[in-house]
Design a protein around this ligand. Structure first.
Ligand code: MTE
Length: 375
């Protein structure tokens, strides 16, 4: 048997590499859907520039802008000054499931993600709130901007990837400056030595290799806040977009994907196990997942996988996905299996990707469909 090729950054041999440089990857859905906590080797990677190597000893985090005191902190300072906390949270890229939008109409220049651009980890670090409290927040401040230590080249300029979140979110206890992932030191490719983790928001705000935090009146003017990661109506294109408009993305919306069976699977007639993940954004939790095997004519309720971590009642489930499973009786022929979720605000997913198409290909949460052949 041919030996599986080793993947960069210690990723799993079966990793789907969407782009080599910058490195962008995710796990095959059958592996991703197996465990509540995503092993680091299966955790997706989304980079806009080469991975920087930042020396932990000389690393400094600067907090300035409308902070009352400018802080210049080493990693040691952060660990010594503030209490360590852990948060189990799903990070999801706003481009997750872009492939279905691309099937509606092409989206040039964007990564063709399947449903693998997300993962759940236990992040360890200090609360951003604690650092902001010791810096002091000036009157009139409304946003907190993060700038990373990578070097993106865009529009003839070189700059660090960045973005901002509202001050109210920055002061919430779940937002971390993380130096650990699943109990290990944060790996380089995931932002070492320090990254922001903003649970409930699109992954882009969880800035990796964070080196500067700025308290400000307005949202960030960084390319990845003011230009990319905005959503426009379907008639707007790259050619006619007015970048001063468009909806700046923030909280994620409710979503679900089928991890097994895989699209195009050939299976025997009879009982079939269907399983997957569901996510909610902005501190809402996933409350129900429905599955259809007849194209949406009828639905059955899936069960949530019982485990201490996956159980909404025993865990602060607002920040993490829920894994679900259901059994269906499949007769001979071609079937379209569909999944859709409901969150704690009774939000649910739109039926078609066509109805939410946007030229950057963000936030696809249309019903997830998988076609299988039963014989
Ligand atoms: N931070 C920096 N500095 N550079 C980046 O390219 N990508 C963002 C975010 N933080 C990015 C970044 C995006 S779009 C996502 S979805 C997440 O990181 C992905 O995090 P991961 O690679 O650890 O999975």
């Amino acid at each position: 048997m041919k030996k599986a090729e080793a993947q960069p950054f210690d990723k799993h041999a079966r990793t789907i590499v969407r782009e080599r440089e910058p490195f962008n990857s995710g796990a095959p859905l059958d592996l991703l859907g197996e465990r509540f906590i995503t092993p680091i080797e299966l955790f997706y990677v989304r980079n806009h520039a080469p991975v920087p190597r930042i020396d932990e000893q000389s690393f400094r985090l600067k907090i300035d802008g409308m902070a009352k005191r400018t802080l210049d902190l080493s990693l040691e300072d952060l660990r010594a000054k503030y209490t360590k906390h852990e948060v189990t949270a799903t990070l999801q890229c706003a481009g997750n499931r872009r492939d279905d939008l691309i099937s509606v109409r092409e989206i040039p220049g964007e990564v063709k993600w399947g449903a693998e651009a997300l993962g759940t980890a236990t992040w360890g670090g200090v609360r951003l709130r604690d650092a902001l409290e010791s810096a002091g927040v000036g009157e009139g401040a409304a946003h907190v901007e993060f700038i990373g230590g990578d070097e993106v080249e865009k529009q003839g300029k070189t700059f660090g990837f960045g973005g901002s979140i509202p001050l109210s979110k920055a002061l919430s206890e779940e937002v971390l400056l993380a130096f650990e992932m699943n109990g290990r030191a944060l790996p380089d490719v995931h932002g070492a030595p320090l990254r922001v983790v903003v649970p409930g928001y699109l992954g882009a705000r969880s800035v990796k290799w964070v080196r500067k935090i700025s308290v400000q009146r307005e949202a960030s003017t960084n390319y990845y806040q003011a230009h990319a990661y905005k959503i426009f109506p379907p008639h707007i294109t790259a050619e006619n977009a007015d970048w001063t408009t468009g909806l700046m993305l923030g909280e994620m919306s409710v979503n679900a994907a089928i991890c097994a069976p895989e699209a195009g699977a050939n299976m025997p007639e009879g009982k079939c196990a269907i399983s997957g993940y569901a996510t909610a954004g902005g501190g809402r939790s996933v409350e129900r997942v429905d599955v259809s095997i007849d194209g949406g004519a009828s639905w059955v309720e899936a069960e949530f996988v019982r485990s201490e971590e996956n159980d909404a009642s025993s865990n602060d489930a607002r920040w993490a996905w829920r894994l679900w499973t259901c059994e269906a009786e499949l007769s001979k022929g071609t079937h379209t299996v569909i999944a859709r979720a409901f969150d704690s605000a009774a939000n649910t997913q739109p039926e078609s990707a066509a109805s939410i198409w946007n030229f950057k290909g963000y936030m696809n949460n249309a019903w997830h469909r998988v076609e299988v052949d039963v014989n």
